[in-house]
Design a protein around this ligand. Structure first.
Ligand SMILES: NC(=O)c1ccc[n+]([C@@H]2O[C@H](COP(=O)([O-])OP(=O)(O)OC[C@H]3O[C@@H](n4cnc5c(N)ncnc54)[C@H](O)[C@@H]3O)[C@@H](O)[C@H]2O)c1
Length: 316
């Protein structure tokens, strides 16, 4: 029998993590310093579990999953048995630092202390803490019970065994861990989102597109593609010859677009060669055409599903 997971902070993300772990079969102990938050959190959990059930996204009844979650008036009580503590307190470095100091004193040496922070790197809340070797960032997409990414950000003092164990626990809970080996603001997901948003704001500011135009472009082109493959796979499949050929044809135009925004980030030959090497390890060019057919099939499935669920005007 695995040890429980403690979720500390019962706001939007705390509630969502409680669902993730309980749905995967773990006992979950939930704590929040605002006592009146706990009954509301349980109501939120119940409501979302019932929604998930109505879409056939639960393996068990909502009641069974809910019964694995307990609420606790004392932090010490919530974390006493835990294998991993998922910190979900507000995005405030000083408050998180204080909380991790408390958690360090309340938990044994093997307990993993993971922060959900969206933007703070472990250096901001862990370096001074006596338990820093077992603290890491574990940033979810919101809500993690529907979007299974978890970015793992070790600090410079985090023990590599802790990272491995955390990775295994999240995997068991149905999440897809991606290691971010450098303490970089925004990690990976929000840096990618930031690149899109930066350009979107510029296009609105410069009168090139309205807000609605931008959302329409994304919703009807890049969004559907990116729902089943990433930007590298997208361009690899868009050009016969793959990444290398795409970079040869399109690299200069993308460089000019960047320069127009004051950024000179060249796709150098070495960089393109590295991206191509990694792509070719995933997909040899001999399988390229087959994968292009696969892409089209995925888009057809997606369009058919939208039409079935939302009707013929789903994309308007
Ligand atoms: N909301 C998102 O989209 C999102 C996505 C990924 C990560 N995060 C991160 O998750 C964390 C929580 O965000 P949220 O959106 O759930 O916030 P929230 O405001 O919804 O919830 C925060 C909860 O923490 C409680 N709290 C206050 N002080 C606390 C303390 N000292 N210790 C423990 N709990 C405390 C509050 O009572 C509240 O219930 C933040 O670090 C945020 O950056 C949020």
């Amino acid at each position: 029998m695995t040890r429980p997971i403690a979720v500390v902070g019962a706001g939007a993300i705390g509630v969502a993590f409680a669902i993730v772990f309980a749905r995967a079969g773990s006992q979950v102990a939930l704590w929040d310093p605002q006592r009146d938050r706990l009954p509301r959190a349980m109501d939120d959990v119940r409501e979302r579990l019932e929604m998930l059930d109505s879409f056939h996204l639960l393996e068990e009844s909502a009641e069974t999953v809910l019964s694995r979650i307990s609420t606790h008036a004392e932090l010490s009580e919530a974390v006493v048995e835990a294998e991993l503590v998922q910190e979900c307190a507000p995005e405030d470095a000083a408050a998180k630092l204080e909380l991790f100091d408390r958690l360090a004193g309340l938990t044994e040496d093997h307990v993993i202390l993971a922060s959900s922070s969206s933007a703070l790197t472990p250096g901001r809340y862990a370096h001074e803490c006596v338990a820093r070797a077992r603290i890491l960032g574990a940033h979810p997409a919101n809500p993690p019970y529907l979007l299974p990414l978890i970015e793992l950000i070790p600090g410079t003092h985090t023990d590599s065994l802790i990272v491995e164990r955390a990775s295994e626990i999240y995997r068991r809970a149905g999440l897809s861990p991606v290691l971010v080996p450098v303490e970089i603001e925004g990690f990976i997901m929000n840096r990618l989102q930031g690149a899109v948003l930066r350009e979107a704001y510029c296009l609105v500011r410069d009168g090139v597109a309205s807000v609605e135009d931008i959302d329409t472009v994304m919703r009807t082109s890049l969004g559907p593609r990116w729902s089943f493959m990433g930007p590298f796979e997208t361009v690899d499949l868009n050009t016969q010859g793959g990444i290398t050929e795409h970079a040869r044809r399109m690299g200069p135009a993308y460089l000019r677009m960047g320069e127009f925004r004051g950024m000179r980030e060249e796709w150098t030959p070495d960089l393109v060669a590295e991206v191509n090497r990694q792509r070719r390890n995933i997909l040899p060019l001999s399988q390229w055409l087959q994968r292009v057919h696969w892409r089209d099939e995925q888009l057809m499935r997606l369009n058919a599903l939208k039409r079935e669920r939302l009707g013929p005007k789903a994309d308007e």
